[in-house]
Design a protein around this ligand. Structure first.
Ligand SMILES: Cc1cc2nc3c(=O)[nH]c(=O)nc-3n(C[C@H](O)[C@H](O)[C@H](O)COP(=O)(O)OP(=O)(O)OC[C@H]3O[C@@H](n4cnc5c(N)ncnc54)[C@H](O)[C@@H]3O)c2cc1C
Length: 522
């Protein structure tokens, strides 16, 4: 039950971004109330004991961190850290009838040797190095702008100061750059995956949604590295909730907001517990939910397209490619059926209303880099977590599934694991641990499951389509919410979640930016 009848700011949603906004505002002396629909905070950034009687705290939805600026960790005094992975990716394949693969990691010599073994020369590795030198430079220039007021397009272009890169990444479909740079289909596919995570699109989409997705995947932290959150995503969110409370914010869970009314100066937020007055409302829920709360028409749908699977294994499976240790292969992002041609085929099949025949996906083992999420007994017995993120399965494909009878999801899960099994020397099913009731430790979520559980519109992990990180001239000259990329159609209602410009991903950036807009306005 909230302690007061009105607040300087009411935050709708206790996802990690809502907590960041609340912590900044409370530290600045504002009265802040966070209302969360679920019985816990964190939204899509949580850790859960997903399997009955098993002491494994899995990052149930999001799992790697790149976009969280160290500035937010410092400003809020968070006790939270990430750890680098020794391998960034491994992609198994078959060449000349022999199982082999591409390993990126273990030092430049190891990576060079893996490229040379796969492609027969040093050409692709040299191209890879040039390509990622460019994205590194880009990251160093763009990432710091994400926690500043939005630059105009011209200002961002000037800051990047490299016309060729600007043209290739902000103006032309990414597929053109990938095809000019790389010859090998597998390597092209590995590069393209960063443009497809959470985004149903293709390399040559003229809308450039693949470029926007790619950008957010290669600029994080000023390097583009994706690191392991120590203790899992719940460690971050719990720290954020503590930081917000320590600063004086109130957090009420199991309290869905049912309506927001505003005249642009003051607002009222209605939930089961009554109606609360607010000078400002910060909305961490998705823009679709905000439209419902205001009684306005919903924004155009932007469905999600991923399958998410969590598993606990009694041991890592052996690989058909004996040139790599499973401990290395699974500690990086393990790409399955993600060749460039395979990705295009899967997209076309899904766009035509079919499940992809060879569903693309990527997996990663958290516990190899950070065993702290497992109980000591599981660590001693060699257990490991495995998390899988499948691509190119839009929400519309699951329309006939219900929570009780998820037939399409189950078919997709079987087809996805078959693609993985094709690269293993033993079936994955033989390696699954069992829960207290003897059931295999595996759970899967379709985009519709994510909509039901988390309120992600159509399962879209970014709340809506990602935007390039700049403003048009009008936005850049607008009021504080417009300049920070958190404006809605109402002066005192701000987005503070993934739906803001520069939202999406576990970053805290829209939470930070909404708080900055409020503090700037006084
Ligand atoms: C399967 C999956 C994997 C992902 N992997 C990664 C990854 O590895 N790395 C990464 O950076 N990002 C990843 N993402 C994306 C990332 O998790 C999200 O973009 C991010 O968590 C969004 O955070 P948020 O705080 O803005 O919103 P959310 O986490 O969506 O939180 C919004 C909160 O608002 C609450 N809410 C909604 N409506 C109401 C209401 N009416 N009243 C009260 N509360 C309400 C919700 O319950 C929720 O708690 C992944 C997402 C998913 C789903």
């Amino acid at each position: 039950m909230p302690e007061r009848t009105s607040y300087d700011a009411v935050v709708v949603g206790g996802g990690h971004n809502g907590l960041v906004a609340a912590a900044y505002l409370a530290r600045a002396g504002r009265s802040v109330l966070v209302l969360e629909r679920l019985d816990h905070t964190g939204g899509a950034a949580v850790s859960t004991r997903a399997f009955s009687g098993v002491d494994a705290r899995l990052s149930r939805y999001s799992y790697l961190v790149s976009l969280l600026p160290p500035k937010i960790v410092r400003d809020l005094g968070l006790r939270f850290a990430v750890r680098k992975r020794t391998v960034s990716s491994y992609t198994p394949t078959v060449r000349g009838g022999r199982p082999t693969g591409l390993l990126v990691g273990g030092g430049p010599d190891r990576t060079r040797a893996s490229f040379a073994q796969l492609t027969g020369s040093d050409r692709e590795f040299a191209a890879w190095q040039r390509f990622y030198d460019t994205t590194h430079r880009l990251a160093g220039r763009v990432f710091p702008t994400l926690t500043e007021p939005l630059p105009t397009r011209a200002a961002l272009r000037a800051r990047i100061d490299d016309d060729a890169t600007w043209h290739a990444l902000f103006e032309r479909p990414l597929g053109e750059l990938i095809e000019e740079t790389f010859d090998d289909d597998l390597i092209r596919g590995v590069v393209l995956t960063d443009a497809l995570i959470g985004t149903f699109t293709t390399a040559h989409d003229p809308s450039l949604r693949q470029n926007r997705c790619f950008l957010y995947h290669v600029i994080g932290g000023g390097t583009g590295d994706w690191d392991v959150p120590i203790g899992g995503m719940g460690a971050l969110t719990d720290e954020l909730a503590d930081a917000a409370r320590r600063a004086g914010a109130e957090i009420v869970t199991s309290c869905p907001v049912t309506a927001v009314a505003t005249d642009g100066r003051t607002a009222e937020v209605t939930c089961d517990q009554g109606t609360i007055g607010a000078r400002r409302v910060l909305v961490n829920a998705a823009p679709r939910e905000l439209a419902r709360l205001l009684g306005e028409s919903e924004p155009p749908p932007a469905e999600g397209a991923q399958l998410k699977v969590n598993m606990l294994l009694t041991r890592l499976p052996r690989l058909r490619d004996t040139g790599v240790d499973p401990r290395e292969a699974f500690s990086g992002t393990f790409h399955i059926a993600e060749g460039y041609g395979q990705l295009e085929t899967a997209y076309r099949q899904a766009a035509a209303g079919e499940l992809p025949a060879a569903p693309p996906s990527e997996i990663y083992c958290h516990s190899l880099t950070d065993p702290s999420i497992l109980g000591a007994d599981l660590v001693r017995r060699g257990h490991h977590t495995l998390t899988l993120f499948g691509l190119h399965t839009p929400a519309r494909l699951f329309a006939s599934d219900t929570a009780a009878a998820p037939a399409t999801r189950d078919r997709l899960l079987a087809a996805t694991l078959a693609q993985l099994d094709a690269h293993l020397a033993e079936p994955l099913a033989d390696c699954l641990a069992r829960d207290a009731e003897g059931r295999p430790c595996i759970e899967a979520r379709s985009p519709l499951d994510l909509d039901r559980e988390l309120g992600l519109p159509g399962g879209n992990i970014f709340h809506r389509e990602l935007a390039f990180p700049y403003a048009d001239e009008e936005g850049a000259a607008g009021d504080a919410p417009a300049r920070w990329g958190v404006a809605t159609g109402h002066a005192n209602v701000l987005l503070c979640g993934a739906g803001a410009v520069r939202g999406g991903g576990v970053s805290g950036i829209p939470g930070h930016n909404a708080a900055m807009a409020v503090l700037e306005e006084g």
